[in-house]
Ligand binder design. Structure first.
Ligand code: AP5
Ligand code: MG
Length: 189
């Protein structure tokens, strides 16, 4: 039996999106990436996109109320009722508390938080490589450093939040994508 209501925690470039997509195939539950949703909102020029763009370009967090609204709407959709893979949400204590409240209302509490553990040099290397391939707006060295600082200050403390609730599993996220996926599977058993 595998848990299906999951959160992937980890710094920029840790492999949250990569591992989330593999879990979508394996578990048949949707990936919910606030980063992907916000990038789509920016591309569409929507109200949410206008509120998010400045922070995203600087590598800072989009205000909690904006992101919580986006996540609430997505988690309320029917395909999320049997499970979900949260990728990049929550990122602050306020977001984590809002998520707990929302999932309690929906009757689908979080089952596992997988923390992808990887060193700074490895993630900077991965993102600089991705910049050459995909050209994501926030994949330049200055913004990458800022995203990492923001992660350390605002998001990493969530590991303790989920540790206290006995939901946290650390997974070594260096090595091949397949090896990491195997360790993630082990953490969901
Ligand atoms: P978001 O889109 O979430 O970006 P991020 O957290 O910076 O993380 P990335 O998407 O860059 O990395 P990832 O961990 O998904 O790794 P990936 O699998 O791509 O957020 C972007 C911005 O949106 C934020 O800065 C913020 O402004 C805003 N935002 C989003 N959510 C928010 C929230 N909740 N609150 C407030 N603001 C929010 O892998 C990276 C690269 O490495 C890829 O090229 C991949 O192919 C490669 N790779 C993956 N695994 C391996 C491996 N094992 N070995 C070698 N290469 C690998
Ligand atoms: Mg991602």
């Amino acid at each position: 039996m595998s848990a299906t209501r999951l959160l992937l925690l980890g710094p920029p470039g840790a492999g949250k999106g990569t591992q989330a997509q593999l879990l979508v195939e394996r578990l048949g539950v949707p990936q919910i990436s606030t980063g992907d949703m916000l990038r789509a909102a920016v591309a569409a020029g929507s109200e949410v996109g206008k509120l998010a763009q400045g922070s995203m370009d600087r590598g800072e967090l989009v205000p909690d109320e904006v992101v919580i609204g986006v996540a609430r709407e997505r988690l309320g959709q029917p395909d999320a009722k049997d499970g979900f893979i949260l990728d990049g949400f929550p990122r602050t204590r306020a977001q984590a508390e809002a998520l707990d409240e929302l999932l309690a209302q929906l009757g689908t509490p979080l089952e596992r938080c997988v923390s992808l553990v990887v060193d700074d040099d490895e993630v900077v290397g991965r993102l600089i490589k991705r910049a050459e391939i995909e050209g994501r707006a926030d994949d330049n060295e200055e913004t990458i450093r800022n995203r990492m600082r923001v992660y350390r200050e605002q998001t990493e403390p969530l590991a303790a939040y989920y540790g206290e609730r006995s939901l946290l599993r650390d997974v070594e996220a260096k090595g091949s994508i397949e090896d990491v996926a195997g360790r993630v599977r082990g953490a969901l058993a």
